[in-house]
Design a protein around this ligand. Structure first.
Ligand SMILES: NC(=O)c1ccc[n+]([C@@H]2O[C@H](COP(=O)([O-])OP(=O)(O)OC[C@H]3O[C@@H](n4cnc5c(N)ncnc54)[C@H](O)[C@@H]3O)[C@@H](O)[C@H]2O)c1
Length: 303
């Protein structure tokens, strides 16, 4: 791959990126690009990520960035992480929250039969942790005026995506926390936004049932196709930079236009053709998703 062009967008800035695990992680590319754009960064993840992932490798190529172990669902961990980041870097100009995890999805519990302890864990790790991080940074006076906070979201916060299960609830909470904090941060010119990213092959993403099919569908629907983790990182650079000083409390879709599409003619035609094939209809499990009085009118080509 040719070297990417850097613009010095984050020259002189300091920040912490929560969530890089390995090269597939969205947070990995955000950390790397932030370093390349001139920022001094710290990288954070749960301690186990050091054993099973590669954040130490990333830290090395990001100017020997400090790695700060933190379970973002535990207040003491978050407080210590912010304290350590401030000690090592000074006050922060940006925070990136690229954290998500659902034990119910991991263990394939259907939404109708959630394990509630795990449900709370999903909300804690994937939603409330953003509140903890911001709150801790404010209490410890660890954010500079004009700082930027970005968290990663998914369109299941607004629309139903069956297999996204309780993560849809966590993303709705995450986006709501952004709106609730926005005005409270504005007096100091601090911005807070979510970026709603296309399906992306990462450890968290690929754990979702039928992820490959969701990926394909959104890639076919989005006029510009799915956005990659690298492209997401590039977009996030603009949000961390001074170029977006008046952007706050937004959920910004970075999805190749997917969120504004209804569907496409080829997909409509494909479904139309497929519905005439009884075997395909059964294989796709249409009947499981339809009320009993809905007939598919299979085989008919009339309007
Ligand atoms: N992959 C996708 O399709 C997709 C699409 C839209 C949004 N997102 C969001 O992007 C963000 C990053 O996810 P990703 O897809 O890069 O996957 P990823 O698995 O690479 O990153 C998720 C990270 O969360 C970390 N994490 C889990 N529990 C934690 C905890 N208790 N404390 C701290 N960190 C914890 C994991 O160790 C991991 O590094 C998530 O918020 C995810 O929901 C992903």
């Amino acid at each position: 791959m040719p070297d990417r062009v850097s613009y010095g967008l984050l020259k002189g800035k300091k920040g912490i990126v929560f969530g890089p695990f390995d090269e597939s992680s969205i947070g990995w590319h955000i950390a790397l690009y932030a370093h390349q754009e001139g920022a001094q960064i710290a990288i954070s993840n749960i301690a186990a990520a050091l054993r099973f992932g590669k954040p130490a490798e990333l830290a090395k190529v990001c100017g020997d960035a400090p790695f700060i172990a933190c379970d973002a669902s535990i207040q003491d961990d978050v407080d210590n992480a912010i304290k350590e980041a401030k000690e090592k870097l000074g006050s922060l100009d940006f925070i990136v929250h690229s954290i998500g995890m659902s034990p119910n999805i991991r263990k394939q519990k259907p939404y109708e039969d959630l394990n509630y302890d795990w449900y709370v864990k999903t909300l804690e790790v994937s939603g409330i942790s953003l509140h903890r991080v911001i709150s801790s940074a404010l209490k410890q006076d660890a954010l500079n005026d004009g700082a930027s906070i970005v968290a990663l979201s998914y369109i299941a916060a607004q629309r139903n995506y069956w297999t996204y299960s309780d993560m849809g609830d966590a993303k709705a909470l995450l986006e709501s926390i952004v709106r609730s904090y926005g005005p409270r941060l504005s007096k100091r010119g601090i911005r807070v936004n979510t970026v709603s990213q296309s399906p992306t092959y990462t450890k968290a993403g690929s754990g979702i049932t039928d992820f490959d099919k969701m990926y394909e569908f959104s890639d076919l629907t989005a006029p510009l196709g799915n956005a990659t983790a690298e492209e997401c990182a590039e977009y996030v650079m603009t949000l961390l930079s001074d170029l977006t000083r008046k952007v706050t409390m937004q959920n910004l879709f970075h999805d190749g236009g997917y969120s504004s599409m209804g569907t496409t003619l080829p997909i409509i035609r494909l479904v139309h053709e497929a519905l005439k094939n009884e075997e395909l209809v059964k294989k796709a499990g249409f009947d499981e998703f339809l009320p009993p009085d809905r007939n598919l009118n299979m085989g008919s080509d009339s309007q």
